[in-house]
Design a protein around this ligand. Sequence first.
Ligand SMILES: [Zn+2]
Ligand SMILES: [Zn+2]
Length: 545
Amino acid sequence: MKRVALAALLLFANIASAAERAVLVRLFWLHPPAKIHVEPNPKVTERSCETCYPESVSTAFDLDAQHTRPRLILTGRARISGEGFAPFVFNGDLTVQPGDGVLLLTLKMPLDDYVAAVLAGESAGFKSDEALKAMAVAARTYAVHFGSRHKMEGFDFCDTTHCQDVRLGLESPRVRTAVAATEGEMLWYEGRPAATYYHRNCGGETEDAAALDPQLKVHYLQRHQDNYCQRDEWHTDIAKLDLANALGKYVRGPINTVRVTLRTESGRAETLLVNSRQISATDFRFSVGRSLGWDKLRSDLYEVQDRGDRVSFRGHGQGHGVGLCQSGADAMGSQGKSYREILAFYYPGTALGINAQGLRWQKLAGEQIDIVTTRPEEAQIVTPVAERALRFAADKTGWTLTGRPQIKVFPSIDIYRDSTGEPGWIAASTRGMMIRLQPVRTLQDRGVLESTLRHEFLHMVIESQARSDTPLWLSEGLVIYLSDPEHVHPAKVDTAQLDRRLKSARTEAEMRAAYRDSAAAVADAVQRVGLAAVLAWVTQGEPKS
Ligand SMILES: [Zn+2]
Ligand SMILES: [Zn+2]
């Protein structure tokens, strides 16, 4: 019985790691391109619908608003370029729909890839890694709190500051590290993910949430002083003629006078009087931004002076001022504050954790492996087993890891499922140097803790050596074969078909068969040319026959 359970738990581990919790992001929401150039890297599949048969494409092609089918789903990795935007590489599902002379692009991506792209858009200039981690938690919580803002339009988030600013292709390794270090962590308030607003620079004092939304009276978004803030001062002169154009919707004719008539407690403008017309500071700033550029009035924290044919604004800060101040957060981090301290300062009263109970990750160092867990006592059980499994993988392959592996042990199957997006019956998955493991007790009860870790470390060691074009059947087959060579029966298999079967398997039976055949093909190759030669295929590529 145990062998069956073990196989069911193990066989799917790696394929399913691609299926993480996903979000749908509309790219170029404001300015969709009319044409894109697609360079598969190394290839993508093309389908017209979710259930249509995918066709593989490995040469570059163009898509434009006239010539595309009603819908095209590209799956895989490709570089996208075109006029008016920076080229980017996507890895996932990109849906392309023509409409009104433009192409609507919707990218399905894992939540944490989205968070990384948001950090690239919002926090690229950060000096402090702790501040980046704080922003990763804020951006993730914000996405989950506000959820699908564009549900009616068929996607979750747009790529502008309306939702969060997304920059694909500019995610640095630093940003990725900050996102991975806080995986699954959010800020909670009364059992829900908090409304984690953030902005560039508060100018020395943050703003009350009520300034954004009168309904939103939450304790953690109250006005407070920010002595960390690198108060940026700005100054701008606007010609009254330009102002008249910008405010045409509110004021007719030439502009005579502009003054602030009401301020919030933090000193930000709330209402302005333009000639004899009252205008809210937000409407005023948006009208100016849309017509004259967003760098003119960077915030509502300013003084106004009439200078004859011009109006002069002298102000502080950038953005609405509610929640986390990025400038202050970066300064806190640079002064040695942790991301927990930064988040506690800007969102007082919230709990940081991977669930509402505020469970926290702790990292415990073993000899060769770090264990990340919410229950430190688990490290004592996992560490010796994991170090044995790592030695096993190194002995079988003759390869050693250059980095230091981490094992993240999830406290419950629910949290494992929510964080990884994987079904609860998958024991573990590996991504780079990180193994993510189901609760230790669950694996112990099934008697699969050690075999699971062997399997995952074999993946890690093999993938650390593999070339980008190493076929899936070879790496998957090797892992299964090396785990237990005695129980794999060699067989001649058409390996050219195997990768497609591994990727397109729709049922558990199809997937199992594809894995079994991969292992059989490896066993057959080992019989013919020896294990050392087969391992060399991983590092040097398969010889052309
Ligand atoms: Zn939006
Ligand atoms: Zn500030």
